[in-house]
Design a protein around this ligand. Structure first.
Ligand code: DAH
Length: 333
């Protein structure tokens, strides 16, 4: 018995395709169904030999039947496609919907970094004694960072091991002391300045970071002496850390001061922490910039801000300050 596709069967096939399309709820699957029925090599294509055999009409009629069926299925497909696409858009819109009645996101108030706070406290203190605030350069020449400060040519601090050199003559300043020279060059004594900012050294451990902050202080005047220096700095330490601190004033060597000293303060674990270097400005430094060292004398100091922060906030690892860890920083609100 031979089975021929007649117009009725064609209608049946179109209905079958239509049902499949109607049931489909997914655009990707819909494309597969379309390809199966009316794709280039699909069921209703001239390439389908079985279908060709089944239609017992002339080629013209056969082609018309295929065209008719294909068009019909294509329309059903397009209609469904539009529906599915609209549905997708609608669900996206409903998901992205903004509920204006919901409470807004709370924006938190920022605070100053603990290092900035210590700098501000220190500036307050020194301004109250009549010091003015000066800005310095972070990129310096070896003249301002070393030569003019009486640092010998073979001093280890000049090596690549300690200093970040940009080229032969240019470096990231290793100390704010370079500001002393710039101020003495540009202003006439008497001078009374502080200058704080970043300095850079090739060092990294629990108590050192390659970038840290210093505050430089300089007084140039008649008859400046060691007891002036000691009383200013002791008062500063008491002001910032309280009067009960254990403090010591220890002689040391710096090329740019004579005599030179360091101040240590005892931390919460009973350990001495060095917080600053200081001294009377070396006559060579004054002479280097044509200040008459017989007429004027000077005192200078360089405070390690991170060290003060560690004592003030009782920190055991200085690196915590630069990790940008919000839960750590929020403690200092
Ligand atoms: N510049 C020194 C340092 O970074 C600190 C210092 C010592 C600064 C003595 C001074 C000073 O002004 O007089 O270690």
């Amino acid at each position: 018995m031979s089975y021929h596709v007649n117009i009725l069967n064609i209608t049946f096939l179109i209905n079958t395709a239509q049902n499949k399309i109607k049931k489909c709820n997914n655009i990707k699957k819909l494309e597969l169904i379309k390809t199966y029925w009316i794709g280039k090599s699909g069921f209703f294509s001239k390439k389908n030999i079985i279908l060709n055999k089944l239609i017992p009409y002339s080629n013209i009629i056969k082609n018309n039947i295929i065209k008719y069926a294909s068009l019909k299925i294509k329309n059903i497909y397009l209609e469904k496609k539009e529906k599915l696409e609209n549905k997708k858009i609608r669900s996206k819109i409903s998901k992205d919907k903004i509920d204006v009645s919901l409470p807004g996101k709370k924006s938190e108030l920022g605070t100053l970094h603990p290092i900035s706070k210590i700098i501000l406290y220190a500036e307050n203190f020194f301004q109250s004694l009549g010091f003015s605030i000066i800005l310095g350069n972070e990129i310096e020449s070896s003249f301002y960072n070393f030569d003019a400060l009486n640092v010998p040519k073979n001093h280890p601090s000049r090596t690549k091991k300690d200093t970040f050199w940009i080229d032969k003559n240019c470096l990231l300043r290793t100390q704010t002391s370079s500001v002393q020279i710039r101020v003495m060059q540009s202003q006439n004594p008497p001078l009374k300045i502080i200058s704080s900012g970043r300095v850079y050294r090739n060092d990294h451990d629990k108590t050192h970071t390659p970038m840290f902050h210093q505050m430089e202080g300089l007084i140039i005047d008649y008859d400046v002496n060691l007891s002036n220096l000691k009383s200013i700095l002791y008062n500063f330490c008491y002001y910032l850390l309280g009067e009960n601190i254990k403090i010591r004033f220890r002689p040391t060597y710096f090329p740019f001061t004579q005599p030179s000293a360091e101040i240590d303060i005892m931390n919460q674990y009973g350990k001495w922490i060095e917080i600053l270097g200081c001294g009377l400005v070396h006559p060579n430094v004054l002479n280097n910039i044509n200040i008459n060292s017989n007429k004027y004398s000077g005192l200078a100091f360089g405070i390690g801000i991170e060290r003060l922060a560690m004592l003030y906030y009782r920190l055991s690892d200085v690196r915590l300050l630069f990790m940008n860890n919000l839960s750590f920083l929020k403690q200092f609100k």
